[in-house]
Design a protein around this ligand. Structure first.
Ligand code: C2O
Ligand code: CU
Ligand code: CU
Length: 541
């Protein structure tokens, strides 16, 4: 097994010291300003937190549950309504539902089949999936399958609205005219000729993705293949997807989101204090607040997805295992790794996925192991808890070689492009421009390999549709001159679709634009930034 991350972790020490210093100072100022609240990131006013998350914290009004008192729910796997030689057909209705998240209160969610997270779709590489989405919500929606290589008409372009079955009298006549609008329902066709990976589907409505995902429109789509089947990884009940996000609750139990227009009709965006991002004060895993999971003293595979609008997590195990690494990473956003990578902690930004194995045999039976977020103190430092309840046989293993992995060398790239993610007045921009669905900012050739150099003033999880990429290097920008070096850092192994670019950092990625011709978006996956214009188009020609 490759233990490179240990070296990386050591090298991070100086930065960590700075982080800890910053965090302590912040906790102190929070303590005095807010009476020692329960450990969020910032107390409003829109300031961002160094090296933690970008955004402002909303405090719940409703009473919050006791941590670790609710069992972890696992979203049901959706059955196809029919299958033929090439294709599995699914049907999903987007509708309001009621979730029991808080003691004694119901939370209205908007969910795929009325649940949050939505049902998990599991398909096999090369088998086409057709998902018919019917919109019984009061607002237009768009479905995007994040991480999939999908033809442009089915990728969930932000203006390709599915209007409510009940009709829509709201705004966006202009957007509707620009996009391909469907009345009431749309069939999304996914070829999915790509390696096994943890994909997720979520809403992508132009200007309103933040509030609509916050309301519950997100679910897993797992792609499996023969290469994955051949590995002795934990399977079945020990292969568990974990959708992690944060939320805040109003007095009546409703999700609290600071939309400028709470009806989500015309005016996009959030109130000024939350422009940097919306942070909640409750962690949800698979829709449950600070849940627990009973495990045997064996290996488990967890597919970690950060589905939060803005929060970044620095995940660790408390207590750490007496021996061996806390996490063995086996996969990244869009596929399994060539070799496993050991981590004591994992920094995961919005939309990123880490496929990891935790070996609970390192702990004595009876141990309670908490998955924690080391960026913050207090209640929000807790994510969920594992109870190691009994012994069991374990035939699983993490082999030292996983799948064929082809590193993309710099020399493979034919074009280099630069993108600067910045804030200008009350908008977020890319190369100085806010999103315009009609403007194309890059025209890669079909099949081309390109280097994209991304720099930012603040923290931005940058996501490309269609193109999968590898991270070449990341470094600080000094006096406007970037030096990305050739160290992608410990958290950027493998094939990715989202990369976390920290403030004043430059990151170089190498992307392959294969799949389909047509127009796709790339954007910041901090959903408040995305809704406030931090998005652009590329067209594969
Ligand atoms: Cu997960 Cu364009 O988004
Ligand atoms: Cu995407
Ligand atoms: Cu951003």
């Amino acid at each position: 097994m490759r233990r490179r991350s240990d070296a990386w972790d050591m090298r991070l020490t100086r930065r960590e010291v700075l982080r800890l210093a910053g965090g302590a100072a912040l906790a102190l100022s929070l303590g005095s300003a807010c009476g020692g609240g329960n450990g969020g990131n910032s107390s409003g006013g829109g300031q961002s937190v160094p090296d933690g998350s970008t955004g402002a914290l909303q405090r719940s009004v409703a009473p919050l549950p006791e941590p670790f008192s609710i069992p972890l729910p696992i979203p049901p796997v959706l059955r196809p309504v029919r299958s033929d030689a090439t294709t599995d057909y699914y049907e999903i209705t987007q509708r309001p539902g009621r979730a029991a998240i808080l003691p004694g209160l119901a939370t209205e969610i908007w969910g795929y089949n009325g649940s949050f997270p939505g049902p998990t779709i599991e398909t096999r590489r090369g088998r086409q999936a057709v998902v018919r989405h019917r919109n019984e919500l009061p607002v237009p929606t768009v479905v995007h399958l994040h991480g999939a290589k999908t033809p442009p008409a089915h990728d969930g372009y932000p203006t390709d609205l599915v209007l409510p079955v009940g009709g829509w009298a709201g705004g966006h006549g202009d957007h509707a005219a620009m996009g391909h609008t469907s009345q009431g329902a749309k069939e999304y066709v996914y070829p999915l000729d790509q390696p096994a990976a943890t994909l997720w589907y979520h809403d992508h409505r132009m200007d309103f993705t933040g509030p609509q995902v916050y309301q519950g429109l997100a679910g897993f789509h797992l792609v499996r293949d023969a290469a994955e089947d051949a590995l002795p990884l934990p399977k079945g009940e020990r292969d568990i997807p974990l959708l992690i996000c944060d939320r805040s609750f109003a007095a009546d139990g409703a999700f609290m989101y600071p939309a400028i227009d709470p009806a989500l009709r015309d005016k996009p965006g959030v109130t000024k204090d939350f422009m940097n991002g919306v942070l909640g004060d409750v962690n949800l895993v698979n829709g449950a607040a600070w849940p627990f999971l009973e495990v045997t003293n064996t290996r488990y595979r967890f597919r970690l997805l950060n589905a939060a609008n803005a929060r970044r997590y620095r995940l660790a195990l408390d207590p750490p295992p007496p021996e061996g690494p806390a996490f063995v990473q086996i996969g990244a956003d869009v596929g399994l790794l060539g070799q496993p990578v050991a981590h004591e902690r994992i920094e995961i930004g919005p939309a990123e996925r880490f496929d990891v194995v935790i070996d609970f045999s390192a702990y004595p039976v009876g141990t309670r192991v908490t998955l924690v977020n080391r960026y913050v103190e207090g209640a929000m430092s807790r994510v969920m808890r594992f109870h190691v309840v009994r012994e069991a046989r374990d035939d699983s293993a993490v082999p030292s070689r996983l799948v064929e992995f082809e590193p993309l060398p710099r020399s493979a790239a034919t074009v280099t492009r630069e993108f600067r993610f910045a804030q200008e007045d009350d908008r977020w921009t890319i190369n100085g421009k806010p999103f315009d669905p009609q403007r194309i900012d890059a025209r890669p050739q079909l099949g081309a390999t390109e280097i994209w150099r991304i720099s930012s003033e603040q923290d931005h999880p940058v996501h490309l549709h269609l193109a999968h990429f590898q991270v070449l290097g990341r470094g600080r920008r000094i006096l406007g001159i970037g030096d990305s070096g050739d160290d992608p850092g410990p958290y950027n192994a493998g094939w990715k679709d989202t990369v976390y670019v920290s403030s004043s950092e430059q990151v170089e990625i190498i992307a392959r634009f294969d799949g389909y011709r047509g127009k796709y978006v790339f954007h910041c996956h901090n959903l408040e930034h995305e809704d406030m214009a931090m998005m652009a188009n590329f067209e594969v020609v």
